[in-house]
Design a protein around this ligand. Structure first.
Ligand code: IMP
Ligand code: MG
Length: 178
């Protein structure tokens, strides 16, 4: 375990099982669709790459980068798209893939942005949901695990751009940020 991690919340094996279960549902639902998997960078990079390898479907992938502005640790609700999709999506069924939905502010802004492009359909798949912290009404269509309000790192999730490469999801030691 990394020296800055207090405890492992979701092990590598548990992540693998959660990804397989999500992939099974998605594969069934998108059998006769024109799936475009859109990863929200950077956090979703490990999740997206594992998820698509479990999908036995004809699909395309694309990425979007959204920047949220924070007052300390709280999102201000101001979100800008710094890297947009690279293709026309009017004939696509978009599945937006996110690492964690926290307040929901970022996702709400990205969904509004994508909806303006008039895709055939638009749904959300998140590995982690923290519903207790939600500030806007948003329920992910697919969710791997629900957690409380711990700040988590690993498997794509960062604190100050570190720890994204950990294979598991853990809670950061308070001494690292206090
Ligand atoms: P929201 O707009 O508050 O829902 O924030 C979503 C984004 O904040 C996620 O895409 C993550 O990048 C980041 N985030 C939220 N909670 C955590 C966490 O516990 N660890 C690391 N990043 C987080
Ligand atoms: Mg993110």
């Amino acid at each position: 375990m990394h020296k800055d991690v207090e405890r492992v919340l979701i092990s590598q094996e548990e992540i693998k099982a959660a990804v397989a279960s999500l992939a099974a549902q998605i594969q069934k639902d998108y059998k006769n669709k024109n799936l475009l998997v859109v990863g929200l960078l950077k956090g979703s990079v490990l999740f997206v790459s594992d998820l698509i390898r479990e999908l036995n479907l004809d699909l395309s992938i694309d990425f979007i980068v959204a920047s949220s502005y924070y007052n300390g640790t709280e999102s201000t609700g101001h979100v800008t798209i710094s890297k947009d999709l690279s293709m026309d999506v009017s004939d696509k069924d978009i599945l937006l893939v996110e690492d964690v939905v926290d307040t929901g502010v970022t996702l709400q802004a990205v969904l509004a942005h994508l909806q303006k492009k008039n895709p055939k359909s638009l749904k959300v798949c998140t590995l982690i949901d923290k519903p207790a912290r939600r500030k806007v009404h948003l329920v992910p269509d697919y969710c791997g695990k629900e957690l409380g309000d711990d700040f988590i790192i690993g498997y794509g999730l960062d604190f100050c751009e570190k720890y994204r490469n950990l294979g598991y999801i853990g809670v950061l030691k308070k001494s690292v940020y206090l």
